[in-house]
Design a protein around this ligand. Sequence first.
Ligand SMILES: Cc1cc2nc3c(=O)[nH]c(=O)nc-3n(C[C@H](O)[C@H](O)[C@H](O)COP(=O)(O)O)c2cc1C
Length: 138
Amino acid sequence: MKVLVVYESTTGRTKAMAEAICKGVQEAGKEYDLIRAREFSTVEGYCAFALGCSTRMKRPLPKVRQILGELENLDGLPVTAFGSYGWSGEAPDIIANKLRELGGTFVGEKPLRVKEHPREDDIEACIKLGRELASHCS
Ligand SMILES: Cc1cc2nc3c(=O)[nH]c(=O)nc-3n(C[C@H](O)[C@H](O)[C@H](O)COP(=O)(O)O)c2cc1C
């Protein structure tokens, strides 16, 4: 089973986080699918799910809001949330709260938020999160 990493990103910052999460999954010897939010169809068949988005007007971008509106019961699926932000950074918390509300099992201490472009230590944190997600996959 693979880890699913879905993201929406306007200038590539959250995309860079998503790619680093996938690097962590790969380092842990597991497989992943990395897709844009507009390509999302289902979490069925995946062993863990990471959803990331930058913050716009204090909330996630429309495609991610759409996913959050359409997702059904996650039934204990390991989940996490991440995203880059400029000043307030609400999107990852909004995503995390919804994934928890739907019955996801949250992976990581808290949603992974990065101010503006991810630096080296932020990328390391993303890689670590990827490894953690992978640890939930057999
Ligand atoms: C129109 C617009 C609205 C924004 N609104 C917010 C906001 O409410 N809170 C915040 O923290 N950042 C806000 N930002 C900043 C972005 O979240 C930030 O630039 C982020 O790093 C972009 O990441 P991305 O390249 O992954 O989209 C806004 C940016 C734009 C262009």
